[in-house]
Design a binder for this molecule. Structure first.
Ligand SMILES: N[C@@H](CCC(=O)N[C@@H](CS)C(=O)NCC(=O)O)C(=O)O
Length: 236
C-alpha cells in the first residue's frame, strides 16, 4: 500500500511542523498504523496546495487517489476507510464526543488562551515570506500588533488563564490515563496537538511537573513510537 501523503504547515526549518490541525492529521494516520510521507508546506506556497487540493488550508491528506482536507474530516475518513485498524473514535458516540472536544479546544479558553502566548514565537520561526504573510493576517485578526497581543507584562496572567482553562482536562486525567480511557483515542490527539504546536515553536513552560496534564502529555509524547517526542521542537 502506498504511504499516505500529509501536507503539513512548516516553519523556515521544513522539519518544524507547528499547526495543531496538521499534528492531529499526522497522529490520526499514525494511530491507524499507516505508513505516511509528509509534504512540508509554507503559508506562501498557496498555488501548490490549491493545485493539489482545490483549497488553501492544511492539513490535506492524499490516500489512494482520494484527497481530504480538514483535520476532523481526515479522522472521519480514516475511521471509515480503515475500520479494521485501531479505532480513532471508539464508535459513533466517541465520534460525537470528539466533535465536542474539538469545539471546546477551539472556542473555549484553551485555544484563545494559548494562541496569544505563542504568536511571537510562531512568527520568529517562519520563513521570511511567511513572516510578512503571518503578521498581516494575524494583526488583522487580533486587531493589534503581534507584539501587543500578549506583551511581556501580560504573560504571567495569560499563562495562569491557560492553566485554569485546563481544569476539566486535569480532573479527567487525574482519574484515567487518557481521555480515551486506558489508551489514547482521537480526543487525546485533538488536545495533544495543541501542545505539539506549543512545543514545536516555543520554550515557554506551560505545565507544572506535578500537573496530571503534564504526566498525560509525557505519555502522549511517547505514544505511537514517540512521534511527538522525536519531532523538531523544544523539550519543555
Ligand atoms: N478547521 C481546519 C483548520 C485548518 C487551518 O486553519 N489551517 C491553517 C494552519 S493552522 C492554514 O492552513 N492556514 C493557511 C493560511 O492561513 O493561509 C482543520 O481542522 O483542519
Amino acid at each position: 500500500m502506498a504511504p499516505v501523503k500529509i501536507w503539513e504547515l512548516c516553519a523556515a526549518d521544513r522539519q518544524r511542523v507547528f499547526s495543531p490541525f496538521c499534528w492531529a492529521a499526522r497522529l490520526a494516520v499514525v494511530h491507524k498504523g499507516l505508513d505516511y510521507e509528509t509534504v512540508p508546506w509554507q503559508f506562501t506556497e498557496k498555488e501548490k496546495l490549491q493545485a493539489a487540493s482545490g483549497q488553501g488550508l492544511v492539513p490535506v491528506v492524499e490516500d489512494s487517489g482520494k484527497v481530504v482536507n480538514d483535520s476532523f474530516a481526515i479522522a472521519q475518513y480514516l475511521e471509515r476507510t480503515y475500520p479494521d485498524r485501531p479505532t480513532l473514535f471508539g464508535g459513533p458516540g466517541g465520534e460525537a464526543a470528539s466533535l465536542f472536544v474539538k469545539n471546546w479546544m477551539m472556542l473555549s479558553a484553551v485555544k484563545p488562551a494559548l494562541q496569544p502566548l505563542m504568536l511571537v514565537d510562531i512568527h520568529s520561526q517562519l520563513a521570511d515570506d511567511d513572516k510578512a504573510y503571518f503578521r498581516e493576517q494575524r494583526e488583522k485578526r487580533f486587531g493589534n500588533k503581534l507584539e501587543e497581543v500578549c506583551p511581556e507584562g501580560d504573560r504571567p496572567a495569560k499563562l495562569a488563564a491557560f492553566k485554569a482553562a485546563l481544569e476539566p482536562l486535569r480532573a479527567t486525567l487525574g482519574a484515567q490515563p487518557f481521555l480515551g480511557g486506558e489508551k489514547p483515542l482521537y480526543t487525546d490527539i485533538i488536545v495533544f496537538s495543541f501542545f505539539m504546536m506549543a512545543r514545536s515553536v516555543s520554550a515557554t513552560k506551560l505545565l507544572d511537573a506535578d500537573d496530571p496534564v503534564h504526566a498525560w502529555r509525557e505519555r502522549m509524547l511517547d505514544a505511537y513510537g514517540g512521534v511527538g517526542r522525536k519531532a523538531v521542537g523544544y523539550p519543555v
